[in-house]
Design a protein around this ligand. Sequence first.
Ligand code: 13P
Length: 247
Amino acid sequence: MVRKFFVGGNWKMNGGKALNNEIIQTLVNGPLDDGTEVVVSVPSIYLSEVRRQLPEKIGVSAQNAYKVSKGAFTGEISPAMLKDIGINWVLLGHSERRNVFGETDELIADKVGHALDEGLKVIACIGELLDEREAGKTTDVVFRQTKAIAAKVKDWNQVVLAYEPVWAIGTGKTASPAQAQEVHLQLREWLKTNVSPAVAESTRIIYGGSVTGGNAKELAQEKDVDGFLVGGASLKPEFVQIVNAKV
Ligand code: 13P
């Protein structure tokens, strides 16, 4: 089973009309390898506009969505609303949601379950903090996070799992290819044991944390690295090189 290479751009709380247009031009000009599935995660206020301007083959994702479809939840948006404006993806469980906004494994799992039930595809993020890695707890943490998410997933075809070690996010300190491969393999083994061998074989496990045009090719060589989730570099022309890392 071939896992299609997947590159997500996570703009986080960046962008604006002018920068969005530049990024859109970069993506339109490419050229982007057809062997890579590309999805950009855009601030919610710009989702409609970016969806309208990008070619259909490039996916557009929200960066968050709540666990119910509507109601008295001021400031939130729902999967139903995303579907309503033609958005098919949502990023959930990002470390900034977990660590800046205090989202728990349980809330993230509920959001994943609801988004999938509503027909969205999900990029589900997991990853350990530096002190957790240094304490030898990396697998404890990522298995715990994955277990909570897995409990709510019925169809793994709709899910991409993003391993993003928190110490590598926005720090310029990328995991080495060997470090990334080690955790990706452990996650695939976890899926094999706890979900099924078929799901382990087919699920894309992508790496995030200071991926650049300069290091993407080397990371992409690793057997269990099925793509990337890119923050800072997704705002720049080098995003094209990352999308084309397998070429
Ligand atoms: P950077 O690529 O800026 O390190 O961010 C990674 C990330 O958090 C993507 O979701």
